[in-house]
Structures are given as C-alpha cells and as structure tokens.
Write a protein that binds this ligand. Structure first.
Ligand code: XIL
Length: 443
C-alpha cells in the first residue's frame, strides 16, 4: 500500500466494500448510481461467460442485459423449424436472478440470419409469413420478461436511403411497420425500438430515421423508442449528440444508447484511456441530460468480450474494463456522470519524505503524515535507502534501520492523525555521493 494508510476513520460503506478484493469493489455499483437517476446502465453479454468474475461484474454493476448474439435469428433458428433458445433463456434467467432488465436484440436485420433464410428464394408472401412467424414466436417466448426489443436493426444506408436487404427488397419499406405491429401484438408490454449506428449525431442517416419515426407515430404504428448504437471512435463523439437525442425525444419516443463502445488504435496508452474516459463521460452526460434518454448499454463491459478487435483491424480497448476485469478510466467516467465520486474512496492518508537541510556528510530529513477523508490512531512508515544513507537519530518517532531498510512508528503522544490533520517527525542521517529521496510506505 504505497503512500496509503490502513485507515480507521473511513465510512462504514467504504470499509465494508473494501473487503471485496477486486479493484472495482470499493465503488458504489454503476447500477445503483443509475437507478438513483432513473436511468438504465446495461451491458451486452455472452451467456457462456456468466460465471466467475465476468458474472459477478455483470450482475453487480449493470441493471440491464442485452444478449450480444443469443437472440439473433441465426442463433435461435439455425435450421428451419429447429430452435435453440438455450443461451437466450440462460441470459433471461440470469437477469431475473439479478433483478435486471433485458433488452431483446434483434428481430429483423440483414445480418446474422441463418443460411436457410438468407440463401433461400422467397416470394413476398412467403417472406412476410416467415418474418411474422419469427417475430411472433420469439417475442411470445419472452412475453412479459423483456423491457424492450430492438425490433428492426440497421435499416438505413449512410445517405439516409433504405438499405438494400432481404426484407426491403422483398417487402418494401413497410416491413418496418409490419414488424413493429407483429411484435406489439405478441408482447404489448415490451417497448419497441428501431436501432441503428452512425445515427448519434444529426446527419443524413439520423434524419432519415427521424422522419421514419415521425411518420410511424403519425400512422399509429407501435414505436416506443430509438436505439442509437454508438460504436464510436476515440475523440469523435459527434458534437450534436445531445441535440440529436433531444430531437427524437421531442417526437414523443424514448431514446436508448444501445451498444456503446469507444475504440482506439492499439496499443492503448494512458493518454488514450484518458481521452476515452472523457468521451464516455460526454456520451453519458448527454443521456443523463435528456429525460427521455432511458439509459446506456455498453457493447460488452470488458475488453476481453468486445467485438471490436475482430472487426476493426488494429483497434480495441473499447470498453470500460480491461481484459483482466480491471476498471479503466472510462468506468470512473461512467460512475461520475451518474453522480458517483470522481476518485475511488481509498485511504486518504499520505506520507511525504523531504530533505530539510544537507551538508557535506549529513542531512536532516522529515516525514509528514497527513490525512484527508480518513484518520489514523497509530502509524508506521517505512522506506528503503538507495544510496547508503544511515539514520543516526530521530525525534517525534521511533526509527530503526536494518541495512537499507528504515522503519519508523509513532511516539506515544503523536499516533493520532485526525481527518484534515497532520503529524511530522524528523531525523538526522549521513550520506555520501548522492542522497536520493526514497519512496515511503505508510501502513
Ligand atoms: C456483434 C456481436 O457483438 C459479435 O459477437 C458478432 O460476431 C457480430 O455482431 N451492431 C449490432 C450488434 O447491432 O448486433 C453487433 O454485434 C455489433 C454491431
């Protein structure tokens, strides 16, 4: 514990939480912070990983889960009429056990469809029947259990025209209204979304989505929300992000940030991670600022479960936890935006070593122990001399030196360091050649 005390005056909550061994355990969970703000903080998950540390974090930190792949058509119906709900069921059960929402993802998409569907040749009537059947079957299976469905995914091109897909080509643009209508019939309580990427800022694509939502609302088609995926690049959060969220909200629909990740060119550096934290904060703040922004889901919470390195060559480190489940600056940025503290509640007593005066063969040194947000009833500091220094005498502390190792503990009268207070002790020592300042350990 470098420069950090074993503190006795910390809050009960911090002390209790600090008992957990992992670095993230000392913080208030993101889900509690989010709930206090009436927001969702979610993560995409892989069902098979929901044990051990991955499961612990997914359950403890997030109040919503999105199956990363488990509810996609190719997963649930790999061959026609043969269904595989195992992973989707598992994720829903995990969410229920952890009092979490589930966001269903996704019913109608051009990608990750089973081969039999994608490679078949279908009349419009057959295609419509297949889609209705798929939606009805899947939505009914999870009826009453999901908070929301990404009903239609990625319907637009970058220029705002409709993407040429199996669905658009076979059924025309009204496949969207039909899909929403069928989904609503199967589960009237699930919030129904249209979801897309590169629609975070105001641009041609997001404006096409805006116009679609407006016309669906005008027609009375059941549409509850818009999902902004937010697969972003470091330093490139669109400046119109909040304005864009607000314009959708003003249409009378909810907005969810559904797949947030912020990728950087590898390797990651401290500077990039700091920028990434700022970007995460910008995204979070925008959602927090708009009442109808229901919350933010990250597309994987750990870099070990992120799609980015597989798809964007040379990029990665896009999520709030690193590959070893250590929270990154982005984690703290999310917490801060949700009203958490900006620094972890670790011990706030420090020891500082300085040389007060120095002459040809000797010097006087001092160590100051100061506390802020914590206090001490006794203390002990230690250091290792790197250049042969030797203590001869100390005051206001009892010091011993064995080889290069120095250990000093409080005198009978100055063990207490109050919150906001400090204690200083001094010593004389010899040196020759050089007199570098050692690293002092408190605790
Ligand atoms: C990704 C998954 O994370 C990957 O595991 C899979 O190989 C491909 O799909 N937009 C979406 C998500 O809507 O479904 C995608 O998920 C990422 C882009």
């Amino acid at each position: 514990m470098r420069l950090t005390a074993v503190f006795t005056g910390a809050t009960a909550a911090a002390a209790l939480l600090a008992a957990g061994a992992t670095a993230h355990a000392a913080d208030i969970p993101l889900r509690d912070l989010a709930a206090a703000k009436g927001k969702v903080i979610g993560t995409a998950v892989t069902g098979s990983k929901l044990t051990g540390t991955y499961g612990d974090i997914a359950g403890a930190q997030f109040n919503s889960l999105t199956p990363g792949n488990a509810m996609k058509w190719e997963t649930v119906e790999p061959s026609r009429g043969t269904f595989n709900w195992a992973e989707a069921d598992q994720i829903v059960a995990f969410a229920q056990a952890h009092n979490q929402q589930v966001r269903g993802h996704t019913l109608v998409w051009h990608s990750q469809n089973p081969g039999w569907l994608a490679n078949g040749s279908w009349t419009p009537t057959e295609l419509s029947g297949l889609l209705q059947n798929h939606i009805t079957t899947e939505v009914t299976r999870y009826k009453g259990k999901l908070a929301a469905w990404d009903v239609v995914n990625e319907a637009f091109n970058e220029d705002g025209t409709y993407r040429s897909t199996l669905w658009y080509n076979g059924l025309g643009s009204d496949y969207i209204a039909q899909a929403l209508t069928w989904a609503h019939a199967a589960d009237p309580s699930a919030k129904l979304y249209i979801n897309d990427y590169n629609v975070e800022g105001v641009n041609a694509k997001s404006t096409a989505l805006y116009n679609l939502v407006k016309s669906l609302k005008a027609r009375g088609v059941p549409i509850d929300g818009v999902g902004l995926q937010a697969h972003l690049i470091l330093g490139q959060v669109p400046s119109t992000f909040q304005q864009n969220i607000q314009r959708f909200a003003d249409l009378g629909v909810d907005v969810a940030i559904t797949e947030l990740d912020i990728r950087m060119q590898l390797p990651s550096t401290d500077a990039k991670l700091t920028q990434q934290a700022a970007d995460y904060k910008t995204v979070m703040d925008a959602c927090v600022a708009v009442t109808r922004c229901v919350g933010v889901t990250v597309w994987g919470f750990t870099d070990s479960d992120s799609w980015i390195p597989d798809v964007f060559d040379g990029y990665g480190a896009a999520t709030p936890y690193d590959e070893n489940y250590a929270p990154k600056p982005a984690y703290r940025a999310i917490a801060t935006s949700l009203g958490g503290t900006s620094t972890p509640p670790t011990g706030a007593c420090t020891a500082t070593y300085s040389v007060v005066s120095q002459w040809n063969s000797g010097f006087t040194g001092q160590v100051r122990i100061a506390c802020s947000g914590a206090s001490l009833s006794s203390w002990k500091v230690g250091w290792t001399y790197g250049a042969g220094q030797q203590i001869s005498q100390a005051w206001n502390a009892t010091c011993t030196q064995s080889g290069a190792t120095v250990s000093c503990s409080n005198a009978s009268y100055n063990g207490t360091v109050a919150d906001g207070g400090s204690v200083t002790f001094g010593f004389n020592a010899s040196w020759s050649g050089s007199n570098p300042v050692p690293t002092v350990t408190l605790g």
